[in-house]
Design a protein around this ligand. Structure first.
Ligand SMILES: Cc1cc2nc3c(=O)[nH]c(=O)nc-3n(C[C@H](O)[C@H](O)[C@H](O)COP(=O)(O)OP(=O)(O)OC[C@H]3O[C@@H](n4cnc5c(N)ncnc54)[C@H](O)[C@@H]3O)c2cc1C
Length: 370
């Protein structure tokens, strides 16, 4: 039997990883609107893998994804994860949130304020009401992960078209016809991995959206505090997620952990939001912020239940959803890519039924009817 022709819309980590896995049994082309892969959310992430981040479904996906990134050979010659650790800190009023976090999390160690301060010497330890370390949190080499999946896709005969923003989608007896700035493409099936634009792409195909909302998240890069080598510091931040900081190439990335709903667009940071986040960070440390070297923002796109969607659209044949990865899209990509490939090729029994139901895009259609 000849293999189906598949167009994956979106060349972020979701689209490229799913394309690579689907390409084991299909002829796949990725259509990316920008000139380069990973230009939007994927290229702007904090690049951390935290097993205890997200709801129960996401934690399952995190656990499934970890061995792919942690082992050598499949995507890259060396593992794509490297040691970092994540330090969660509680301040006045956050004690209850901290207790819930420690109860629900696997493999975290409670620390005294002094122990936390010995890991991150700029912390104002007098203000800390609780501290817990997740030693297993690791940095992800996002660029190598993206390139590794692109290589796997090409090795499996797949193609990538950049500068190919999809502008129109129609369907007839011969399948899908997709107009892009780089020409017209035909396919038996579409995978919608367009990140913040997933509902927009569905609209082009005449398919109802899932209620995806992009939320802006910003980050600022600061020089390392005077006299500090930050290389081995863990990621550290408030358990309430009101700010976090992470070493990045010898400097310190600080995020206000903002979550402002916006329309899908090429996101940029709001100076006031960054300034307020840096103020919250400054309340927790003993060193003032003297200079911001650069700042940026990206979109974390969530569905109403803050769980991704992976599966066929219930009303539009040949239209497959892969979106809503929120703040977890890089770390969950290997798991979602394999699940997407199994569901795409009808190997539904390979996906745990509970997970299949939790990710099913049809869950929103059911809600609307009830
Ligand atoms: C500041 C920040 C920090 C983050 N930190 C982490 C982290 O530490 N760990 C983690 O796991 N996740 C993190 N995330 C989340 C993560 O970045 C996202 O979940 C993930 O990148 C989503 O991948 P994606 O491929 O779905 O989206 P994207 O990378 O945005 O890719 C979607 C692609 O679709 C393309 N596209 C859209 N419309 C069209 C069209 N019509 N035609 C053709 N192409 C189209 C876009 O150009 C884009 O390249 C963070 C996000 C932000 C913003």
């Amino acid at each position: 039997m000849s293999q189906p022709d598949v167009l994956v819309i979106g060349g972020g980590i979701a689209g490229i990883s799913a394309a690579a896995e689907i390409a084991a049994d299909a002829r796949v082309t990725v259509l990316e609107g920008e000139a380069a892969l990973g230009y939007h959310a994927t290229g702007r992430s904090a690049a951390i893998f935290i097993r205890n981040y997200g709801n129960a479904v996401l934690r399952k996906l995190n656990a499934m994804a970890e061995p792919v990134y942690a082992s050598a050979g499949y995507l890259a010659d060396d593992p794509l994860l490297s040691p970092r650790g994540a330090l969660s800190l509680a301040y006045d009023g956050e004690e209850q949130a901290f207790e819930s976090f420690c109860t629900e999390a696997d493999g975290v160690e409670r620390l005294t304020p002094g122990q936390a301060g010995s890991m991150v010497p700029i912390l104002d330890t007098d203000r800390i009401r609780g501290a817990a370390l997740e030693p297993d949190a690791r940095d992800i080499d996002v660029d190598r992960a993206l390139q590794g999946y692109a290589r796997l896709l090409r090795d499996r005969g797949g193609r990538i078209a950049t500068g190919a923003r999809v502008t129109a989608i129609t369907r007839d007896g011969a399948g899908w016809h997709i107009e892009t700035r780089a020409g017209t493409f035909r396919a038996d099936a579409i995978v919608n991995a367009a990140g913040a634009w997933a509902d927009t792409v569905a609209g082009l195909a005449g398919t109802e959206g899932l209620g995806l909302v992009p939320y802006r998240r910003s980050a600022a890069l600061l020089p390392a505090p005077e006299g500090c080598d930050v290389t081995d510091w863990p990621l550290f931040g408030a358990v309430s997620e009101s700010w976090y900081a992470k070493p990045e190439a010898g400097k310190l990335m600080v995020s206000p952990a903002d979550e402002d709903p916006v329309e899908p667009h090429d996101a940029w940071p709001d100076d006031m939001v960054v300034a307020e986040g840096l103020w919250r960070f400054e309340q927790a440390v003993t060193e003032p912020v003297t200079r911001v070297e650069r700042s940026w923002a990206g979109l974390r796109s969530f569905l109403p239940d803050r769980t991704p969607a992976a599966g066929w659209d219930p009303a539009t044949p040949g239209f497959f959803w892969l979106c809503g990865q929120g703040g977890y899209g890089v770390q969950t990509a290997p798991a979602l890519a394999r699940i997407a490939a199994d569901l795409f090729h009808g190997r539904d029994e390979a996906v745990e039924p509970g997970l299949r139901a939790a990710l099913d895009p049809a869950r929103f259609a059911v809600r609307q009817e009830s």
